[in-house]
Design a protein around this ligand. Structure first.
Ligand SMILES: Nc1ncnc2c1ncn2[C@@H]1O[C@H](COP(=O)(O)OP(=O)(O)O)[C@@H](O)[C@H]1O
Ligand SMILES: [Mg+2]
Length: 151
């Protein structure tokens, strides 16, 4: 399976990268974000929100699990850290198949409930300002998306 690597030299670069990706996103796209605390998952998500034309401030939905924002298309921002291997069905499918883009921080914690196809992004902290992004498209739609972004 093809993987794409990209190096970010600061939060602003991460944001512009995410904004550019946002231009290509469509309804029912799902992005999984992995990376330690402080890797840049929320920074990336804020960039996507900007790119979707969302004006409200996007903060980590630590206490709510899911937050919805209205932009060109809706953004469903999930942070499932608090769930810690939830096995019960929490109805995520309605979001995944909905009118918006879903971004899930700590997605592996709900791996039983993830859709079949998605774009998985892992963020690795290199030093204070550098991050390595590894994008792994799963499914045809996301392969096309990655080709678009990296062409
Ligand atoms: N290249 C970079 N990309 C993203 N964030 C960065 C980068 N360099 C430094 N940072 C900083 O790292 C922190 C990332 O925090 P956050 O996005 O909340 O991480 P997470 O959601 O993964 O816990 C922010 O303080 C941000 O300014
Ligand atoms: Mg976060």
């Amino acid at each position: 399976m093809k993987e794409y690597e990209w190096l970010s030299n600061g939060p602003e670069e991460t944001s512009s990268f995410a904004q550019r990706l946002a231009d290509s996103l469509e309804a029912s796209d799902v992005i999984l974000l992995e990376g330690d605390l402080g890797a840049g998952k929320t920074t990336f998500t804020k960039g996507v929100a900007l790119g979707l034309g969302i004006r409200r401030n996007v903060s980590s939905p630590t206490f709510t699990i899911i937050k919805e924002y209205q932009g060109r298309i809706p953004l469903y921002h999930m942070d499932v850290y608090r769930l810690q291997n939830a096995s019960e069905d929490l109805g995520f499918d309605e979001y995944f198949e909905g009118d918006g883009v879903t971004i899930i921080e700590w997605a592996h914690l709900i791996e039983d409930q993830l859709p079949e196809e998605y774009l998985a992004i892992s963020i690795f902290r290199i030093d204070d300002t550098q991050r390595k992004f590894v994008l792994k498209p799963v499914g045809h739609r996301y392969e096309i998306l990655c080709e678009e972004i990296f062409s």
